[in-house]
Design a protein around this ligand. Sequence first.
Ligand code: GLA
Length: 708
Amino acid sequence: MPVLTHWGPRIHASDHDLVEYAGTSVRTGIGGVSDVPYEPGILPEHSQGWGGLPGIRAHRAGAAWSPRLVAATVTLDGETLAEGGVVQRQGGLVSIAATDKWAGIGVTLEIDLTATGLLRTRVSVRNESDAHGHLEIVGVNPALRLPGDAREILDFSGRWATEKIPQRHPVVFGTHTRGSRRGRTGLDATTVVAIGTPGFDALAGRVWLCHVGIGGNHEHAVERSDGHLAFRGGELLLPGEVRLASGESYVSPWVYGSFGVGLDAAAARYHGFLRERSRSSRRPRPVTLNVWEAVYFDHDFDTLAELATRAAGLGVERFVLDDGWFLGRRDDTAGLGDWSPDPVAWPDGLGPLAEHVRGLGMEFGLWVEPEMINEDSDLARAHPDWILKARGELPPRFRYQQVLDLTNPEAFAHILGVLDGLVTDHGVAYLKWDHNRDLIDAGHPATGAPAVHAQTLALYGLIDELRQRHPALEIESCASGGGRVDLGILERTDRVHTSDNHDPLDRARMLRWTGLLVPPEMLGSHVASAVSSVTGRTSDLHTRCAIAFLGHFGIEWDIRELEDAEAAVLSRWISAYQEHRELISTGRVVADGDFDPDAPALRGVVAADGSEAIYTIMTPPLSADSRHRVRLPGLLAEARYRVEAARPDSLGPWWLSPHWLNKTTGLDSEAEVPSYSGSLLREAGLDLLTSLPERALVLRLVRVDAST
Ligand code: GLA
């Protein structure tokens, strides 16, 4: 079975060298190790002497629990490889078919090195025994082996409205595991785990960035034992959850890994992967108004029509009607499941609003939470047996809601029909697809047997079918904010709701860290009210706009309150976004200052050909330093760049601005707009005055020398 001998910087070696090298790490004959040489591979086997977590854990009523697999065929991009042959390729999909005849288990292991250099693997396990009785899958956790100098971990914690708090710590012996038994990725999810050489940062150090591509129960783990270090990822299966009858298979989620020098190089491979697959990233990302923080549950046609009219006046291109529009939904205690317009709030239905929105030249979007059901709903009253539960009584409520059993074909067909009807009848271009509770005690209602695995696959089937029926429909993945951000959902949706917290200070962190997996144009990024509804902090409009800029830009604010001057500022930021969104959607993400609390935090995107770049820079919290050098990563050393910036009021008076910045804004009328060499900007940097804390600035750099 395959062993990952090297995963890291590209190496150049002859076929002969590679064959020799593959055998060099096998050891035997020292105390405490099996006499039979064994190098743990992608699926380590207990039966071969491996004492760590096996790659496949399964049993047949307590027997056949320690598989020993023999590879039968190996293919590369569909072509069978001869035994003993050597192939060197830039990428490709290797598929290994293996069996354990004695245990009656068949395995297909796929190892894919994608065009963007992302490594991913998944495993299919088949019950090949004719014997009566099931093969129960306990867990499938491939091992992506890492070199021993990767001695530091960066992973993330969080909670509602506080997603993506970084934590750094050494790799120690044992296993560091980040699991979720929430049936969704989780607000506390790490999303990715970075393992690297100590001190790695955005730009430096060897980094391996790993991820498990499923939103159901799952785990990310880093396992270290004697001479061994590996990322272990997989689905967390509940007791008895996957029991295969003869001929049936279980397919694990893809487990991903990306190597790079610096976090951003590793993240770029994920961005490339998603950009290749996304149906929508090639369309300009429409500036969005979401009305949640403007009206909450307080819906009526006049208010929402006025919001739409104002939004269109500012340059908004997509209007999203959030929660509160459907039957009985006057607050969050009732209504989920009854997906028809509430006759009290919407006596004429949603048609007039949808037409008004389209008449203003905007797309119409709608909030739904299809996997959920309130006990206080007509649907729950008609079908109490459509609610997941593990025992006689219902699971504890979260936000007054329960989970609709999508594994029940009737419930699935019902909700698919409802969504299809809404999209068709109202010309819905965009669904904000929410998921506001954990799947706790989520069992099949008739038997109580665990249902998270099947529910997750049913959800994917539901979205896939809906997208097939409506190829232009875009979907946003939301789960009380950023509670469902993973490649399982992102392969079939167009963006994520990064958080319910729009405070730019927190948002800068969340965009940065969620952005290790998700490219900027798929990160919902909204400008909200001056006083944050979540943190109570106040921030000025320029700072809010500048932080939201490197994302999928939108507004979530009662824009009826805007003074004319504020509306003009917001409108200018919207046009600036529209002008630069192509770069934001295609550029390479760079950052700096992530781990120095006294440094300005920088995020940027640089065009693939180095011809232009945009950076958002935020001054640090109050510190003893009144200035700080900011380097602009990603630029071409040999090129020359003009530096442009609008010096917003939020940065303070001009005498608190550095000389170069005043030159860019025409304050210094004698001066020419400055230009500098890429090398100088990248390696030496420009001074930023940091007297005013936590203010943001957007810089644009354009290559001015004739490129060859
Ligand atoms: C969740 C979402 C919010 C909003 C509300 C509506 O909390 O994260 O953005 O849609 O639900 O109830």
